[in-house]
Every structure is written in structure tokens, then in C-alpha cells.
Design a protein around this ligand. Structure first.
Ligand SMILES: Nc1nc2c(ncn2[C@@H]2O[C@H](COP(=O)(O)OP(=O)(O)OP(=O)(O)O)[C@@H](O)[C@H]2O)c(=O)[nH]1
Length: 205
């Protein structure tokens, strides 16, 4: 059975947990407890093949045993790099992450590299307070040879599922043999996931 390891990376509060939870549970939940990094696991069947999906959700705050961005990049087969279209600083952070992935994955076949990094502008529902134009996202994606999505974890369930499904599909074909230098710690079952989504800061939606 294939193991697919995806890392959802980006600045603080861009909606990484919201996107993962939306994909895995169909639900959008406004508050998330994310004082620790974790890996969500799901069993999938794609094109008749059985896959074990692991989705890594980093902790933006300082927390015990926290893995570094470099560790996370070495661990993963595919990357969803997220920014918040209403927060320019998160776009700058996403740009730096995409460049670091490129640097660290220089040895990866170009065909794989092109399909295994997605740049995602989240919170499209906040376009009335937009700070990053869609064209800027498209340009960064073109320059760094990543695929670009602009969507809303809050309002676009289908788009979120399509985006993750495409990444899982690409990663399942990628077949990268990658040294797992350090595995981020912590893992949550789906039941725990549901129980872990309360008690964090609130941001208006
Ligand atoms: N309006 C709107 N708010 C969103 C969307 N996605 C997430 N949020 C909100 O943004 C805030 C941060 O979401 P999280 O999913 O915790 O973001 P995160 O990137 O996991 O945060 P950290 O783990 O702290 O880095 C929460 O208040 C969410 O409700 C979206 O698509 N639209």
C-alpha cells in the first residue's frame, strides 16, 4: 500500500488547519486549537489503488519538540503552501517557503517538482479586504513552477477537495524515493481531530 505524505505549510493563521479539516471532514470550523504540530491520517482509494494519506499540519507557535521547516520539507512528498489573500505578509512568507522547497528539492525530477507544490491563496471570501491580487499569486506560481489555486476554506468545499485530491493523485504518481530525515511528532485520529478544533483565538469570518 502506498504512503503519501503531504505538508500544508504557510504563515500563522492563513487557514492551514481549516483547509485540512474541511478536506477530511467536510466541515468548516471557525476556531482551532493548534498549540502542537500534528499529522492527520486517512485511508483513501484512488483509481483502484489503496493509499495511506498523512497530512502534516505544523504549529506556528513555539511548541515543544517542534520540527523545523527544513525537516518538514524533507519529510513530505508534496506541498500545499498557503497564504491569506487579505494578509500581504503571509504572501511573502509563502514565497520564501516555495523558494526553500525548490532549493532543498533540487535533485527531484522536474516533472515531479512541477506537480508536487501547490500555491494556495486562501480566504477568497475576504476579497473585499484583499491585499494580494490574484495576478500576483499567479505570477509567483508561474515563476516557481507551482500550480496555483485561489479559494476559501470557509465557502468553497468542492474546490478544497479538488485541490487536495489532485495533490494526492500527483504525489501517488510521483514515486519519489526520499530520505525521511525526521518525522514530525504527534498524530491524531479523525476522532481526536474533531475534538481538537476548539479553544483557540477567534478571527471574524
Ligand atoms: N474568512 C475566512 N476565514 C478563514 C478561512 N480559513 C480559515 N479562516 C479563519 O482563519 C483563522 C485561522 O485559521 P486556522 O485554520 O487556525 O489557520 P492556521 O494556518 O492553521 O493557523 P496556525 O496553526 O495558528 O498557524 C481562523 O479564525 C479561521 O476561522 C477562510 O477561508 N475564510
Amino acid at each position: 500500500m502506498n504512503d503519501i505524505k503531504l505538508a500544508v505549510l504557510g504563515g500563522e493563521g492563513v487557514g492551514k488547519s481549516a483547509l485540512i479539516v474541511r478536506f477530511l471532514t467536510r466541515r468548516f470550523i471557525g476556531e482551532y486549537a493548534s498549540s502542537s504540530e500534528c499529522i492527520y491520517r486517512k485511508h483513501l482509494s484512488i483509481d483502484g489503488r489503496q493509499l495511506n494519506l498523512e497530512l502534516y499540519d505544523p504549529c506556528s507557535q513555539a511548541c515543544e519538540g517542534k520540527s523545523t521547516l527544513t525537516d518538514q520539507i524533507h519529510w513530505a512528498d508534496g506541498f500545499v503552501v498557503v497564504y491569506d489573500i487579505s494578509d500581504r505578509s503571509s504572501f511573502i512568507k509563502a514565497k520564501a517557503i516555495v523558494h526553500l522547497i525548490r532549493e532543498l528539492n533540487l535533485g527531484v525530477a522536474k516533472r515531479d517538482a512541477d506537480t508536487l507544490v501547490f500555491l494556495v491563496g486562501n480566504k477568497q471570501d475576504l476579497c473585499h479586504v484583499r491585499e494580494v491580487r490574484r495576478e500576483e499569486g499567479q505570477r509567483l506560481a508561474a515563476e516557481s513552477q507551482t500550480q496555483f489555486y485561489e479559494l476559501s476554506a470557509a465557502e468553497h468545499y468542492q474546490e478544497v477537495v479538488l485541490m487536495f485530491s489532485k495533490m494526492v493523485h500527483n504525489a501517488s504518481l510521483g514515486g519519489k524515493a526520499k530520505e525521511r530525515r525526521r518525522r514530525p511528532s504527534g498524530s491524531k485520529s479523525m476522532a481526536k481531530l474533531i475534538n481538537n478544533v476548539f479553544g483557540k483565538r477567534r478571527k471574524s469570518v
